[in-house]
Structure formats: C-alpha cells, structure tokens
Design a protein around this ligand. Structure first.
Ligand code: GRF
Length: 202
C-alpha cells in the first residue's frame, strides 16, 4: 500500500505512521511527503529519513488552484493508493478531492460530527462533554465531513485544559491512524453512503 503524506507542521501523526511501518506493524510504504509550509518539523523529519520530501509553500503560488495543481503533479508521479492528511492545514477544493474519491484520509481531533474545524479540543472542553476523541475519515468536498473509518475516545477530566486534553487525544490519534491504515492494507474497503465496511481479503 503506497501512502502519500500531506502535512503542515509538527508531523507527529506522520511519525507514528512511519514508526508503524518501520516496526512491521503496518504493511505500507511512504512514497512522498509534501508540506505547504517551509521548515516545519514534519518535512525535516521526512528529509532526515530519506523519504521523498517536497515543500510547496502555498504563499508562493498565485492561487489555490495553482498550488493544488503542483501538489497534484507530485502525487500523480508518486502513484499513492491513499493520500494521508496528517495535520494538513489547508482546505482542498472539490476538484482536487474528486481526483481521489475515497482515497484521501484525514484525522480530526474530535468525535465527528461534533466539533469540526480548528480548535476542536477547546470547543469540546468548553461545551462540557465528558467523552472526547478523534476521528479518521475519508475526505469529501465538505470540511471534516466524509465517511468515518475509525474513532477512538478519551475521557474528559475535571482538571483538563485544552492542552492536556489535546495531548491525550493526540496519543489516540496516533493509534487511530495506524489502525485505519492497517484495515485498508488488509481489507477491501466498501463505502455505502456514509457507511464504511471492510471485507477481509487476506
Ligand atoms: C492533529 O491534532 C490532527 O488531528 C489535526 O492536526 C494535528 C496535527 O498534528 N488535523 P501532527 O502535525 O500530526 O503532530
């Protein structure tokens, strides 16, 4: 299973996926890592690991379409089975998403459909929910809205701050992303409406 990683920052989800592959827990290969922000920890790690690493600073492009065109070219050359958004802080246009239907994954730090968008952990805390968590989902044309592959939950503690809750959710994100990718590696995925099912193929 060939994976392309898109990221914008620290890249801890990318690191977790890479570690799972390196330790044999996940049968996959990272064929490219693309960042839209220069100098971030995620892309530096990718370079240090010797992976094909590309920085396409969106600020250097005249439009979203022009940036996506360049990202799309890299992806087409890398021929991934799945495009993995790992903290990629940029909306993808419907045209881009439609090029890889049910083949782009995202991770979001809430139990979707609750708390889409940025600041999800702080919003969950402010709302007073007792259970928070994370969601791995396919990307469609709407924000944090596509069919769900895996969710993991986290208990909200009375003394939690946005930082402590985010840190505990992040631990579960790393597990959830690897779990979702393991399922995709081992099974044939079926998407019916919003529902995702996995047929064991081996
Ligand atoms: C994670 O919280 C993820 O859920 C969100 O962005 C953050 C990325 O963290 N989409 P990292 O760059 O993988 O460490």
């Amino acid at each position: 299973m060939r994976l392309a990683i898109l990221l914008s920052g620290r890249g801890s989800n990318f690191a977790a996926i890479h570690d799972a592959i390196a330790s044999g827990v996940l049968q996959a290969e990272i064929v490219c890592v693309v960042s839209n922000r220069p100098g971030v920890a995620g892309i530096e790690r990718a370079s240090a690991l010797g992976l094909p690493a590309f920085t396409l600073d969106h600020k250097g492009f005249p439009s979203r379409a022009a940036h996506e065109e360049s990202v799309g070219k890299i992806l087409e050359e890398a021929r991934p089975d799945f495009v993995v958004l790992a903290g990629y802080m940029r909306l993808l246009s419907p045209g881009f998403v439609s090029r890889w239907p049910n083949r782009i994954l995202n991770i979001h730090p809430s139990l979707l459909p609750a708390f889409p968008g940025v600041g999800a952990q702080a919003e969950a805390l402010a709302w007073g929910v007792k259970i928070a968590g994370c969601t791995v989902h396919f990307v469609d044309e709407n924000l944090d809205a596509g069919p769900i592959l895996v969710q993991r939950c986290v208990e909200v503690l009375d003394m939690d701050t946005a930082e402590t809750l985010s840190a505990r959710i992040l631990e579960q994100e790393h597990l959830a992303y690897v779990e979702a990718l393991q399922k995709l590696a081992r099974s044939t995925v079926r998407v019916q409406g919003r529902r995702v099912a996995f047929d064991r193929s081996g």
